[in-house]
Unconditional design. Structure first.
Length: 322
């Protein structure tokens, strides 16, 4: 696939920050509308979906599809219609109140001007913030089972969390670990029922109910996880060489502080058209305040954001179809 890089161009109709499913879908719709569109991504196109082993609830794939395969197809499809790609990290944005209305995107490499802006920066895994976590990150502590699971073949593994991601990744890790213990602060899982059924039926998956992690211990790498029962206060150490943390996500919106309205958790607040508190700025995907965070909802929001941005740009240019 030949990608449109647009590396020498600095002015666009629509700029999308973030290359996950929401951003790629927004790019596809904007490019098909013949908007001059660029997508800026600091790391890996596909986002968190790209490192998911199997996505089995995306419509049209009854047997499921590897996350990397799905997002690669999204990127290829968007590139086919002329979407440009830039590898860079966005540091800040600047709004132009008068004159040539729009926004300047300040990256670690250069500045870009855009008439409309779509925020699709997604979110990163939330950390436990307990002793030993940061010290052993990359030496037993991980936030990606697909990436690091094979390193812990035939060893004890601990998974922290009780939602869909924790259970999905825990099930995946049973392919490698001799035993996988899922630590959850409540006495039942929050995950989708079908995932709960699979987890409870898996003989290699054990559960530490009503417990929280208080420390990750070891000498030069992870050797165990100290947990505490939230009701009794009892503490014990679970032997483990690998600890996989899935306790939620934190939106990548720090660069938006003071620019648009965000909630106390950092999510961008929008209306049903993905419009933020600032005209010309839209948000979609995991960076947006919403109820359900799934690939399918991210794609729908990306399409809506692109459509809204298209009409905004056409109004600016005086080419809107009235």
């Amino acid at each position: 696939m030949k990608e449109v890089q647009k590396e020498q161009k600095n002015e666009f109709d629509i700029a999308i920050i973030g290359g996950g499913p929401a951003g790629l879908t927004a790019g596809l719709y904007a490019a098909r509308a013949r908007m001059d569109t660029i997508i800026v991504e600091k790391m890996m196109f596909g986002g968190q979906a790209a490192i998911t082993e199997t996505i089995e609830n995306y419509p049209g794939f009854p047997g499921g599809i590897a996350g990397a395969d799905l997002t690669n197809k999204m990127k290829e499809q968007a590139a086919k219609f002329g979407l440009g790609f830039i590898d860079a990290e966005v540091k800040a944005i600047k709004r132009h109140e008068t004159g040539n209305k729009g926004f300047t995107i300040i990256t670690d490499e250069r500045e870009l001007f855009t008439r409309a802006l779509i925020i699709a920066t997604g979110a990163d895994p939330q950390k436990l913030e307990v002793p030993g976590e940061s010290e052993y990150e990359g030496r037993g502590v991980s936030y990606c089972a697909t990436c690091d699971g094979p390193f812990f073949r035939d060893q004890d593994i601990v998974v922290v969390g009780g939602g869909d991601t924790a259970v999905e990744e825990g099930l995946f890790l049973t392919k490698f670990g001799s035993k996988v213990t899922l630590v959850h602060r409540r006495d039942r899982l929050r995950a989708t029922k079908v995932l709960q059924e699979r987890a409870l039926a898996n003989p290699k998956l054990d559960f530490a109910w009503g417990s929280v992690v208080t420390e990750i211990v070891g000498e030069n790498s992870v050797e165990g996880v100290k947990i505490k029962n939230v009701k009794t206060g009892e503490e014990k150490v679970l032997p483990a060489r690998g600890v996989f943390v899935f306790v939620g996500i934190k939106p990548n919106t720090n660069f938006l502080q003071g620019q648009v309205e965000i909630d106390k958790s950092g999510y961008v607040i929008t209306d049903e058209n993905m419009q933020s508190s600032v005209s010309g700025i839209y948000a979609c995907g995991d960076a947006r305040k919403k109820l359900l965070r799934q690939v399918v909802t991210a794609c729908g929001e990306g399409a809506t954001a692109a459509f809204s941005a298209q009409h905004y740009v056409e109004q600016l240019k005086g080419t809107a179809y009235e």
